[in-house]
Write a protein that binds this ligand. Structure first.
Ligand SMILES: Nc1nc2c(ncn2[C@@H]2O[C@H](COP(=O)(O)OP(=O)(O)OP(=O)(O)O)[C@@H](O)[C@H]2O)c(=O)[nH]1
Ligand SMILES: [Mg+2]
Length: 240
């Protein structure tokens, strides 16, 4: 397949592959960023109750039950920092987490805040709740100047779905940088995972604010977690 790529596509593909790789030093910097004591900072059910903007934030968004809270627990090494559940609709507010030690200073010397978001596409909740969450999610994503990147989680078994369209549109329109992270990779065969990754990356080509590399993770096995930490660390360094 790779041999079939020609010219610009081939160069782009090579650049994308190298940008998706991390040196041992970057993996270590990512580990250090997420080591230490992570704590709950605050929760916001409305725009008015958002904490004041301070250091850079990275937010985890995606369909209900895709594994946002589980991934945050895997990143921070705390099994029950973010609340997880088998039932969709577990996280019902924007939840802010930070490092308790050294003010949470990361590689840039500034604290990084991790934001767990309510899921979308959950039809069983009350209509009024769904519309309130939807408004909160979209307002936060559009209006938060300190938001360094959104990690948009996608179940590796399903790929991008119709329910993801609205958030992709908001992020592209607001020019908020986002990266797709495949979750639950322990649930599918390696060959299927490679196909899903390629097809999602192809779908992103026409998305202006999407980072072209898709990450693969499993909160269950820990696969891809060190790379996601390194990616966040690199992002913070690039932002300066
Ligand atoms: N096999 C497997 N299951 C996972 C993984 N990550 C999450 N899960 C399971 O998926 C379910 C949902 O996980 P959550 O982390 O609560 O999902 P969420 O996206 O935060 O859900 P909402 O807050 O309801 O939007 C739970 O039963 C988790 O145990 C994973 O990497 N592998
Ligand atoms: Mg959750």
């Amino acid at each position: 397949m790779r041999g079939a790529l020609l010219g610009r596509d081939r160069i782009m593909s090579a650049a994308a592959e190298s940008a998706g790789e991390f040196s041992a030093a970057e993996i270590e910097a990512g580990r250090r960023l997420f080591a230490g004591e992570w704590n709950f900072l605050s929760a916001a059910g409305s725009l008015e109750s958002l904490p004041p903007m301070a250091g850079p934030e990275v937010a985890f968004a995606g369909r209900s039950n895709v594994g946002k809270s589980s991934l945050i627990n895997a990143l921070t090494g705390r099994r029950a920092l973010a609340r997880t559940s088998n039932t969709p609709g577990r996280t019902q507010e924007l939840i802010f987490f930070g490092r308790g030690d050294v003010g949470g200073a990361g590689a840039t010397g500034r604290p990084v805040v991790v934001v767990d978001m309510p899921g979308y596409g959950y039809a069983a909740a009350a209509k009024s709740k769904i519309s309130a969450w939807t408004r909160l999610i979209h307002d936060y994503l559009r209006g938060r100047a300190t938001l360094a990147r959104v990690y948009l989680l996608v179940d590796s078994r399903h790929g991008l779905m119709a329910a993801d369209e609205r958030i992709l549109q908001t992020l592209d329109e607001a020019a908020v940088s986002y990266q797709i992270v495949l979750t639950k990779c322990d649930r599918i065969a390696a060959s299927e995972l490679a196909e899903r990754l390629a097809s999602v990356q192809t779908q992103l080509k026409r998305r202006p604010a999407a980072y072209p590399i898709v990450l693969k993770t499993s909160a269950q096995t820990g696969a891809g977690i060190a790379e996601l930490r390194a990616a966040i660390c690199r992002l913070l360094q690039e932002r300066g």
